[in-house]
Design a protein around this ligand. Sequence first.
Ligand SMILES: Cc1cc2nc3c(=O)[nH]c(=O)nc-3n(C[C@H](O)[C@H](O)[C@H](O)COP(=O)(O)OP(=O)(O)OC[C@H]3O[C@@H](n4cnc5c(N)ncnc54)[C@H](O)[C@@H]3O)c2cc1C
Length: 384
Amino acid sequence: MIKKSYNLLVVGSGIVGLAHAYEAKKRGLSVAIVEQNARCTGASIRNFGFITVSGQGVRDTWRRAVHSAKVWRELADLAKIKIVHQGTWILCQRAEAVEVAQAFLKTPIGVGCAYYPKSSYKDLPNLGFFNLNSLRLEESLGLLYSPHEFRVESKEAIPQLTSYLQTEMGIDFYWETEVLSIQDSWVQTSNGQVQAARVVICPGAQLTGVAKQYIEQHNLRLCTLQMLRVKVQEGFILPGSVMTDNSLARYLGWSDLPEASALKERIAKEMPEYVKEGIHLIVVQSADGSLVVGDSHRYGTSEDVFASEQVERLIIDLLYRVLSITEHTILERWTGVYPSSSECDALIEKVSPRMRVAIVSSGTGASTAFGLAKDNFDEWLTND
Ligand SMILES: Cc1cc2nc3c(=O)[nH]c(=O)nc-3n(C[C@H](O)[C@H](O)[C@H](O)COP(=O)(O)OP(=O)(O)OC[C@H]3O[C@@H](n4cnc5c(N)ncnc54)[C@H](O)[C@@H]3O)c2cc1C
């Protein structure tokens, strides 16, 4: 039976909940996290661990990503979380993609990024870039490089971060405890009541539970993604995270540019089966050399529980078109789910002066959660 009382109770131990707990604790609040599972099992440990800045939507999302990347780096240091690799390479295989890359560099959010045409590839090792031969450069017209991204191994990083918040920052965690209802300062859980001056619900894809009544008006859907871990030939090293033209046509920081229209049209004509399944390639590498590869996007009112062999084949075909790999073995397959909105990248629902719901509704939570939590408390704690 829980008997304590807190300044803030966070519902959910995914990255959005952890970020809120961290931000509140830094501001001097006493904080507890209540999680219905025995550990975090949601999107936050199923993702690529790809902390991205370039490609994020222009306004709040990019700003939140810049802040989150800074906090991730600080916390990685403190919690001994390994940064597996840095930087992103985007293979531009179509002239229309080159147009998008070059237009992006002229925008304020293109800061620090660079475009390398094919003629300059030979100079890249002199600039300190290595392992680019693992990309099928002969298939490309140019490379867009962003230095801002890095990768953590989420299935290790999230437990490490959790442990750091618990042992070093003094945040209480209540596992296997579901929040059932919230009435004024009383939170009813499956293990008894907790008292909290404030509650923030960070339910991730759990849209039908305790948060349902507060977020119905946002018409959120669920997006199911297919992911793979593959082993390729010995000694294969990626230069950083890798994406392709399809990503330039998908992520808002690029796809919202007027120059992206022609690219989207061409991809729609040439790759209809990829567009139908929302497939675009992201490849990242783990410390053991295996590659995490994805992803696809199926939208609906509930999770799509059936992973498709056809989707897997399309992802692997694209992988061979982009990387100089000669063989692969699939080591793991999994799906993940996140809430999705056609109206916003993230939402903070102000239910009452005591209660809020925070949801990343664009599949970018690993990259933006710390910025979202900061924005939330900047406003919530000053408006007392
Ligand atoms: C396959 C995949 C790949 C992705 N790749 C990336 C990426 O590389 N980079 C990136 O930035 N983003 C990525 N995303 C998106 C990112 O993972 C999510 O936006 C983020 O993890 C959402 O975090 P969350 O805390 O909201 O949700 P979750 O991690 O799902 O956590 C929510 C938690 O709340 C708990 N909970 C819910 N209701 C209750 C209740 N009533 N009582 C107690 N506990 C409750 C749940 O059990 C769960 O543990 C990806 C997503 C997926 C699915």
